[in-house]
Ligand binder design. Structure first.
Ligand code: CLR
Length: 384
């Protein structure tokens, strides 16, 4: 039980927002929420959480055996969870509602070379309805890349929001001899708790997997505080090779995880993270997240919610206009004005290429219970 943190003048709004969640179908992004719960950060920035421990990302390539590398991928993955799922609580006091990206929105970042190579991040909002964000992270020197996309399907039950993440990620590491190893990464389910008090936070549920084309499969089970016992943010993981468990791990993804039945530390999420560096706004293009949302974010930060919502509407209106009139002949434009919905299909992706079936996913998905045998993907084409 927590204490109510909803500002007095927003209490009625918060109550009706919570009530409206019950009738929500799938996509929370377009719902209007009371100002105190709004975040000035767009969802296109979130893929940066995958690499706030760039040293662990690069370290994957130093693994000497297939098992070494599989274990290093698992370690890096678990160490990203704290950033992904608790950062807003740490920085802003609670989970917040991020800005809903516009189609074509971009985000670029870099983790400078401090000895293990520079890591770069490229993100594009590749769909608006439903919202889908594609990302590509690369450390060229180490030979490690992460390619993925992310969408969410939300539902409401027993006072919390349940979020199923759509999409997957593929990590690729170059190994000696000019070969490559691929790892298919599935994404956890989220439960947003603490809503009644106005201080939402995330707990992870169920399980995810990391499947390698070298025959290693990591399974990670997530558990929160139970009614009777258990620590918040706990995990148990196993690493198996061709069906036989080789090592087990347990602990919390917010602090320490150990190799099971030993004192050997496997993951330490308390190590300081390295936030992504972003170009100054003056040097960004008009589609880059922080430039695009500059005035909206400023309004949210300073409590000028009227200015924020005015600027948000301006952006949403101008993107609609842009979608209809860009890249099209006069006849197409006429047709598109009749059928606005078709505008989305005409949209040219800037950095990514859509594929109906991800070949790596197709090859490895059968090792994970309960997931479809094929999934689409967005493959990075470069900053063309
Ligand atoms: C996006 C992909 C990242 C991990 C991640 C972390 C937090 C999630 C976010 C994803 C998707 C949007 C999300 C958010 C927490 C809250 C927010 C589910 C999965 C929803 C849309 C807003 C809920 C509103 C309440 C806080 C009131 O890798």
């Amino acid at each position: 039980p927590g204490t109510d943190v909803v500002p007095t003048e927003q209490k009625a709004g918060w109550t009706s927002f919570i009530k409206s969640l019950a009738s929500m179908t799938g996509d929370l992004s377009s719902m209007t929420a009371p100002p105190f719960i709004l975040s000035p950060t767009s969802l296109t920035e979130f893929p940066a959480y995958w690499c706030e421990r760039p040293e662990l990302f690069a370290d994957i390539a130093t693994g000497r055996t297939e098992q070494d590398r599989a274990e290093k991928v698992l370690r890096w993955f678990i160490c990203t969870l704290k950033g992904q799922y608790t950062t807003r609580n740490e920085k802003m006091g609670s989970e917040k509602k991020p800005l809903n990206p516009v189609l074509g929105e971009e985000f670029f970042g870099v983790w400078p070379d401090v000895g293990f190579g520079e890591t770069t991040l490229s993100v594009e909002q590749v769909s608006h309805h439903p919202p889908i964000t594609a990302y590509f992270i690369q450390n060229k020197k180490a030979g490690v890349t992460l390619q993925g996309h992310s969408g969410q399907k939300t539902s409401f039950s027993a006072g919390s929001i349940n979020v199923k993440q759509n999409g997957h990620a593929v990590l690729t590491v170059a190994v000696p001899g000019g070969k490559k190893e691929n790892f298919l990464i599935t994404l956890p389910k989220l439960q947003i708790q603490g809503l009644v008090w106005g201080s939402p936070y995330i707990e992870l549920t169920d399980s995810t997997a990391i499947v390698s084309d070298t025959g290693f499969v990591a399974n990670i089970d997530y558990k929160g505080k139970g009614w009777v016992s258990g620590k918040a943010h706990s995990y148990k993981a196993t690493l198996a090779h061709n069906g036989k468990t080789v090592r087990s791990y347990e602990g919390t993804w917010t602090a320490i995880g150990k190799v099971a039945k030993s004192d050997e530390i496997f993951t330490d999420a308390t190590v300081p993270k390295t936030e992504v560096s972003v170009k100054p706004i003056e040097e960004q293009n008009d589609w880059e997240s922080r430039k695009l949302w500059r005035a909206t974010a400023q309004g949210i930060r300073t409590g000028d919610y009227e200015a924020a919502s005015r600027d948000k509407s301006r952006i949403e209106a101008s993107i609609k206009f842009y979608l209809i009139f860009s890249n099209s002949t006069q006849n197409e434009q006429r047709q598109m004005r009749k059928d606005e919905a078709s505008a989305g299909n005409q949209w040219q992706l800037k950095l990514f290429q859509y594929v109906e079936s991800d070949p790596v996913y197709k090859k490895l998905a059968s090792h994970v219970k309960g997931i479809p045998s094929e999934e689409d993907a967005y493959i990075f084409r470069g900053n063309a």
